[in-house]
Design a protein around this ligand. Structure first.
Ligand code: ADP
Ligand code: MG
Length: 629
């Protein structure tokens, strides 16, 4: 059986890992990196994913998509404000959903995330030498139902079989706790690029039990960057009366420089932000430059309110777990933003303990996801690990008067199932519409509607007589299924979901197809480049042979040189048939030449690369795919 992998599909960075000999290991990507930026760029009809996409962002701001996880499974009215800050175009889609417009095409956030997943899995498949299909994907614990569902669909669109969607802090706890013996209560504090999660777990004897979880899906490192962006732009505006945020390219450079400054300030107490030629004076058309020094103290002042915002979720998690800070044995820091000194300070301040830094904040989540994949696949090296997770938010239905009637309250262990009986409010009511809600507020309208369910075909009865049995069923992924049945009549009625922001079956199928076609086109393009590169390196090798064997007969050298010249011409022509012909001829000539000259030299074996199947073909391709610096 092919191994299942664990993927931390992050807002900013993604990481993939697999169980190797009883331990989870990160799998490096094709670029040799352990983390892959969750960035997708569209360039013509080509898609660039990861570092290569990130690097060209400033040159291609409208079609370089990053932090798309902020939009996945969300409604337009929830993200409108963030959308407006984005250098690419985010807009309202069908049914109040979110779409990203790139080169005149509307993309669902799921499709963009699918591109990241596809690259991660393709690279990992190549590294492991086996085709990977089964994955466990992590989501912030505080993700609601539609965000989870949308993440799972992203996996489907990428052609994957999503075994499970698990909570990021729970995964981090798995990675941390794998080698710990004894009982302890831990608090996982995960502050990444776009989201904040806090989870309290009890560990002991292979049981990982989540006690409570809380968080803020709108708080992360990017918000800290934004504060620096606003400060820089504000200062610039004061001086030049020009708002840099209105210029897409300038904005992208500001964002990058601000993030870099923030990262610098995690180790330095002061940093200089220098952006020459940031824009042109609209009147005089002379170039304008930006240069500013930012101190750590000023940065902490700019972000003070963001820092304060982590307190409440931590307190809520403690309350829900019926604990006080002193009941926490260890605090585990996860996520790149926990490297900010002020963040560490505030954690220490709230819990009164020095955070434990034994896990790598960038990798713990993916490692834990691989452990979970191993558990699901029955990896015997893991022993008996039991994972008990909870649902982060209350789910219920809207009842008369616009109130929410909770069905499953937050921090209930999942999977969970609950049935309640409802009835009609009017005589001879033929059907009911049940609004399924998620959230903690008492009024229905203040919570998120996950969908509306219609139960139709109720036989005529006086008000209050029908027995409408509504069942909420949360699976191990934290994803909800709802069913309803009218009991008095014994008649099962149909149920349908309307108005959710997640994609419907038809959309998903179409996107799967599109993604596959795109992947096939990308593959073809890659192969074409690969063939051209192979021929080119073979040509270089041939010239090297001629040089090394200067004493060889002139006509042999001439023949090889002619084949090399023909290869050069073919590479330039970019014509498939010509490339194939030249490759064949050059291979033959090179082999003949080398055989004839073998007697004269040591190690005259044709190299692996000479057979048209260069061993290091990946390197050749990568070199050609890199954007000009
Ligand atoms: P995600 O889980 O959202 O993908 P990560 O855990 O990879 O995010 O964290 C990414 C965030 O961490 C980014 O906002 C990045 O700027 C920030 N970050 C990374 N390293 C540092 C650092 N040394 N100091 C401050 N912030 C950092
Ligand atoms: Mg993360």
């Amino acid at each position: 059986m092919a191994k299942a992998v664990g993927i931390d599909l992050g807002t900013t960075n993604s990481v993939i890992s697999v169980m190797e000999g009883g331990r989870p290991e990160v799998i490096v990507n094709a670029e040799g990196a352990r983390t892959t930026p969750s960035v997708v760029a569209y360039k013509g009809d080509e898609r660039l994913v990861g570092q290569i996409a990130r690097r060209q962002a400033a040159l291609n701001p409208g079609a370089t998509l990053f932090e798309v996880k902020r939009f996945i499974g969300r409604r337009w009215d929830e993200v409108r404000e963030e959308a407006n800050r984005s250098p690419f175009k985010v807009k309202e889609g069908p049914g109040g959903s979110v779409r990203i417009e790139v080169n005149g095409q509307d993309l669902a956030p799921e499709q963009v995330s699918a591109e990241v997943l596809r690259k991660m899995v393709a690279d990992a498949s190549a590294k492991l030498g086996t085709s990977i299909k089964d994955v466990v994907i992590t989501v912030p614990a505080y993700f609601d139902n539609s965000q989870r569902e949308a993440t799972r669909q992203a996996g489907e669109i990428a052609g994957l079989n999503v075994l499970r969607v698990i909570n990021e802090p729970t995964a981090a706890a798995l990675a941390y706790g794998l080698e710990r013996k004894g009982n302890e209560t831990i608090l996982v504090f995960d502050l990444g690029g776009g989201t904040f999660d806090v989870t309290i777990l009890e560990l002991g004897d292979g049981v990982f039990e989540v006690k409570s979880t809380s968080g803020d899906t709108h708080l992360g490192g990017a918000d800290f960057d934004q504060r620096v962006v606003d400060w820089l732009a504000g200062e610039f505006q004061k001086e030049h009366n020009f708002d840099l945020r209105k210029d897409k390219q300038a904005l992208q450079r500001l964002i990058e420089a601000s993030e870099k400054a923030k990262i610098d300030l995690s180790s330095a107490s002061e940093t200089t932000i220098s952006l020459p030629f940031i824009t042109f004076d609209p009147e005089t058309r002379t170039p304008m430059h930006l240069e500013r020094t930012l101190t750590r103290a000023k940065f902490e002042e700019l972000t003070a309110d963001l820092l304060r915002r982590v307190r409440e979720p931590v307190q809520r998690a403690l309350d829900d777990a019926k604990l006080t800070a002193s009941g926490i044995d260890e605090v585990i820091l996860v996520g790149g933003s926990t490297r900010i000194p002020a963040v560490k300070r505030i954690v220490q301040d709230i819990i009164g303990k020095t955070p434990n830094e034994s896990v790598n904040p960038d990798e713990a989540v993916a490692l834990g996801a691989a452990v979970q994949a191993g558990i699901i696949q029955g990896d015997s090296s893991l022993g008996d690990i039991v994972l008990v997770d909870v649902t982060p938010l209350t789910m219920g239905v809207e009842v008369k008067g616009g109130m929410i009637a909770p069905m499953i309250t937050r921090n209930t262990t999942v999977p969970a199932k609950k049935t309640e009986i409802y009835t009609t409010a009017e005589n001879n009511q033929p059907g009911v519409e049940i609004n399924v809600l998620q959230g903690e507020r008492p009024m229905a309208s203040d919570n998120k509607s996950l969908g509306r369910f219609k139960l139709e075909g109720i036989p005529p009865m006086p008000a209050g007589r029908p027995q409408i049995e509504v069942t909420f069923d949360i699976d191990a992924n934290g994803i909800l299924n709802v069913s309803a049945r009218e009991k008095t009549s014994g008649k099962e009625a149909s149920i349908r979901i309307e108005n959710t922001t997640t994609l419907d079956r038809g959309d998903v199928d179409r996107m799967v197809q599109e993604a596959e076609q795109n992947a096939a086109a990308d593959k073809q393009r890659r192969e074409k480049v690969e063939k051209r590169n192979n021929l080119d390196s073979l040509r270089v090798q041939a010239l090297g042979q001629i040089e090394e064997n200067a004493s060889a007969p002139q006509d042999a050298k001439d023949k090889l040189k002619a084949a090399a010249d023909e290869a050069e011409e073919a590479v330039r022509s970019d014509d498939d048939a010509q490339i194939a012909g030249a490759q064949k001829r050059l291979e033959e000539e090179l082999r003949t030449f080398m055989t004839a000259n073998q007697a004269g030299q040591e190690g005259g074996q044709p190299q692996a690369g000479a057979q048209g199947q260069p061993k290091a073909d990946d390197d050749v391709i990568d070199a050609d795919f890199k954007p000009a610096e």
